[in-house]
Design a protein around this ligand. Structure first.
Ligand code: ADP
Ligand code: MG
Ligand code: ZN
Length: 618
C-alpha cells in the first residue's frame, strides 16, 4: 500500500482529538449540543494548527446520520464524505484558487438558497478567505447579511488583518493558537510508536521543534526524517534530514561568545554557511539556547522549563554560569535584531558573521560593586592629579586585569591583555580597522586598562577653556612610513571640508555624503574632523562612525596628516553656527580628564553637554 502522509492519516476526526485548541472545541461542542449555531465562523491562526480540521469536524457534527452530535460516527456516508472533502452539502472552497467573483457566485451565492441535498445543514468552508477579491467579498457579504437558515459558513484565514471588517464583524471569531511544543512532541511520539519507529527523545524534540507550532509542519518533518533514516532515528539523522543545526553546534557558538573568541565564532559561521544551513533558523535556535540559559540562570536547571536534551543538562548549566542575566538578555536582543537583519539581507552569511563577532566582543557588563570601585579610584586619581604632578596611580600591578564578575568559570580573555601594548607608542597613522569605537575615543587602538597604572599621556590637564588650538598628539606626529607626505600648504578648515566632500562624491559614497549633509556642523580642526549631529540626525552620526576608517583615510589624504574622526551628538541647539567646531562646552567636556576617564571606564559615548547653570554658550 502506498505510504499515506502522516498529516492526512492522523487528521483528527472528533473534537477531542484536536490538540491545543481546547477553548475553541469546547465552545463549538456546546453550540452543537444546544444547537445554537452562528451563521458564520471565522477561524484564524497559523497554518497547520487545525482550522480546516475543526471546520470539517463541525460539519460532521451537524450532518452525521446519527443526528446532530458532538461525537460524529465517522462511518456514515455523510461523515466519510466530509472527511474526504467531497460532500454535496459540505462545500470547501479554496479562496486562493477561487479568487474571482464568479466563482464565489457560482459556488456559494447560487447554491446557498438551495436546501441541503441530503444533510441537515449546508456548510461552506472557505479556506484562505482573505484571498478573495473585493467583488467576491461583496458578494459574500450580501449572503452573510441575510443568511438562509440551515446554512453555516466557516471562513478560515492565516491573515486576519486582510479580512474586511464588514465580513469579520458578522462572524464569530475563533483564534487558533500555535500548538505548544510539548503537545506536538507528545503527538509525534504517539504517531512514532504506532508506526513502530524508534526515535530518541532528543530527536523527537528536534522534529517537534521544526514545526514551529504547526502540527502539520511537524508531522511533515517526521515524514521526512522517516523517509531519510527508516525506523531508527537519532539526533544526527534529524539534523541531516531537516538541515537543522545540532545542539552541539549551538553550544559551541555560545561557548565562543562567552570566551570572546570571535575567530571561533567566525569559523562556525563559515561552516554553517558552507554546509548550506538555513542561517535564520540557526539564529532562532541560538535564541532558544540563550533563552534556556537565561531560565537556568534565573531559577536553576529545570527540565520542565528548559528545552534541551537531558544529556546536555551539565553543558547548559556550565554555559549559563558564564553570563549574568543581564548579559543573556542583551544577547537575546542582539539575536532578535540579527534574525531580522538576516531575513532582509541578500547576504545572510555576512549578517551572521557580523552578528556573532558583535556578540563575542560585547563588553561584558560589570557588576555594580566593580563599577563603584572604578568610580572611587577615578575620583581618587582626579583629586590626586589636581594636587600636582604626583603620580596618583593605585598600587595595582600592571598586568593584573580588573576583577571580573564572580563567575563560576571566568573565561580567559582571548584578546591580548591590553597592558602588554607598548606604552606611549605612537598610534598607527593608518586608521585602525577596529570596529567603531566611542565617539570621544582618541586613544590607541587597544587602550590600557584605565586604572592599572599611570594615566596615559593623553590625560594631561586640559588647557583652560576652549576654543583651544588643536592639541598636538603623538598620533598626529607619527612618522610611520605609511604616512602620506605632509602637504606643503595645509588647507584651511573649510577648504578641507569641501575637498573631503568632493572625494566622497567622487567615490560615490552617497550614504556618507548624506551624513555630512545632515550634520549640524562639519569642521576640520587640526588633527580632528568633527561631525556634529543633533538628536534628530544622530542616526547619520552612526553611519559616519561605521565608515570611520574610510573617512579618516580620505581626510588624511586631504589634510596631509593623521586625522581622527570625532562624531559628536549634542543637543539640538548645541551647535547651530555652520562650520563651527563642536561647541566650546562639548570641546571642553571632551578634553576634561574626568569625562575622558568616564568615557573610557565605561566605553561610553558623549551624547550631550549641558552648560553649567549661569553660563551661556557663545
Ligand atoms: N490542533 C491539531 N491537533 C492535531 N492535529 C492537527 C492539529 N492541527 C493540525 N493538525 C494536523 O495537521 C493537518 C493539517 O491541519 P489543518 O486543520 O488542515 O490545518 P490548517 O489550520 O492549516 O487548516 C491535519 O491533518 C492534522 O494531521
Ligand atoms: Mg486549512
Ligand atoms: Zn456519521
Amino acid at each position: 500500500m502506498a505510504y499515506e502522509v502522516i498529516a492526512r492519516k492522523w487528521r483528527p476526526q472528533i473534537f477531542d482529538e484536536v490538540v491545543g485548541q481546547e477553548a475553541i472545541t469546547r465552545t463549538l461542542r456546546n453550540a452543537v449540543e444546544q444547537e445554537r449555531l452562528h451563521h458564520a465562523y471565522l477561524f484564524t491562526g497559523a497554518r497547520g494548527v487545525g482550522k480546516t480540521t475543526t471546520a470539517r469536524i463541525l460539519a460532521k457534527a451537524l450532518n452525521c446520520r446519527t443526528g446532530v452530535t458532538v461525537t460524529p460516527c465517522g462511518v456514515c456516508a455523510s461523515c466519510t464524505e466530509i472527511a474526504a472533502g467531497g460532500s454535496l452539502d459540505v462545500i470547501e472552497i479554496d479562496a486562493a484558487s477561487h479568487t474571482g467573483v464568479d466563482n464565489i457566485r457560482d459556488v456559494v451565492i447560487n447554491s446557498v438558497g438551495i436546501a441541503p441535498a441530503r444533510d441537515r445543514y449546508k456548510v461552506f468552508i472557505v479556506d484562505e478567505v482573505h484571498q478573495l477579491s473585493g467583488a467576491a467579498f461583496n458578494a459574500l457579504l450580501k449572503t452573510l447579511e441575510e443568511p438562509p437558515s440551515r446554512v453555516v459558513f466557516v471562513l478560515a484565514t492565516t491573515e486576519l488583518h486582510k479580512v474586511p471588517d464588514t465580513i469579520a464583524s458578522r462572524c464569530q471569531l475563533f483564534e487558533f493558537k500555535t500548538i505548544p511544543l510539548t503537545k506536538i512532541q507528545a503527538k509525534l511520539g504517539e504517531i512514532a510508536t504506532s508506526m513502530k519507529v524508534d526515535i530518541t527523545p532528543a530527536a523527537l524534540a528536534a522534529v517537534a521543534r521544526a514545526g514551529e507550532g504547526s502540527m502539520r509542519d511537524a508531522q511533515s518533518a517526521l515524514d521526512q526524517v522517516i523517509a531519510f533514516s527508516g525506523e531508527r532515528i537519532d539526533m544526527p539523522d534529524v539534523a541531516t534530514a531537516l538541515g537543522i543545526v545540532g545542539d552541539e553546534t549551538l553550544y559551541d557558538a555560545i561557548d565562543a561568545i562567552s570566551t570572546s573568541d570571535a575567530p571561533a565564532a567566525l569559523r562556525q559561521a563559515a561552516k554553517l554557511a558552507e554546509a548550506g544551513h538555513d542561517l535564520r533558523s540557526f539564529t532562532r535556535s541560538l535564541m532558544r539556547t540563550v533563552r534556556n540559559l537565561l531560565v537556568t540562570r534565573a531559577i536553576g536547571y529545570d527540565p520542565e522549563l528548559v528545552d534541551a536534551a537531558e544529556a546536555d543538562a551539565e553543558r547548559v548549566v556550565d554555559l549559563a554560569s558564564r553570563f549574568t542575566e543581564a548579559e543573556l538578555v542583551r544577547l537575546f536582543s542582539l539575536l532578535t535584531a540579527l534574525e531580522q537583519d538576516i531575513r532582509h539581507s541578500a547576504d545572510p552569511r555576512f549578517q551572521l558573521e557580523i552578528g556573532l563577532v558583535r556578540m563575542a566582543e560585547l563588553p561584558r557588563l560589570r557588576p555594580l560593586d566593580e563599577i563603584i570601585d572604578r568610580l572611587t579610584k577615578l575620583e581618587a586619581r582626579l583629586t590626586g592629579e589636581s594636587g600636582a604632578v604626583a603620580p596618583s596611580a593605585p598600587a595595582r600591578p600592571v598586568a593584573s586585569p580588573p576583577p571580573v564578575a564572580p563567575r563560576a568559570a571566568p573565561p580567559a580573555p582571548k584578546r591580548a591583555p591590553a597592558a602588554t601594548a607598548p606604552r606611549g607608542a605612537a598610534a598607527p597613522a593608518i586608521p585602525s580597522p577596529a570596529p567603531p569605537r566611542s565617539v570621544a575615543d582618541e586613544g590607541p587602538p587597544e587602550p590600557p586598562p584605565f586604572f592599572d597604572d599611570e594615566p596615559p599621556s593623553d590625560f594631561e590637564p586640559a588647557p583652560p577653556r576652549s576654543p583651544s588650538p588643536p592639541r598636538t598628539r603623538s598620533a598626529a606626529k607619527s612618522t610611520a612610513p605609511t604616512a602620506p607626505p605632509v602637504a606643503t600648504e595645509p588647507l584651511d578648515g573649510d577648504a578641507a571640508v569641501r575637498e573631503i566632500r568632493a572625494r566622497l562624491e567622487a567615490q560615490n559614497k552617497m550614504m556618507l555624503l548624506t551624513a555630512f549633509d545632515a550634520a549640524t556642523s562639519v569642521a576640520v580642526d587640526g588633527g580632528r574632523l568633527v561631525l556634529s549631529f543633533d538628536a534628530v540626525t544622530a542616526v547619520h552620526g552612526r553611519t559616519a562612525e561605521l565608515s570611520k576608517a574610510l573617512i579618516e583615510s580620505i581626510a588624511r589624504d586631504v589634510v596631509g596628516r593623521t586625522v581622527r574622526l570625532a562624531v559628536v551628538v549634542g543637543a539640538a541647539d548645541a551647535s547651530t553656527a555652520a562650520g563651527a567646531a563642536p561647541s566650546a562646552a562639548t570641546q571642553a567636556a571632551l578634553e576634561d580628564p574626568a569625562v575622558q576617564g568616564l568615557l573610557e571606564a565605561f566605553q561610553g559615548q558623549l551624547i550631550r553637554v549641558d552648560p553649567p547653570e549661569g553660563e551661556s554658550e557663545t
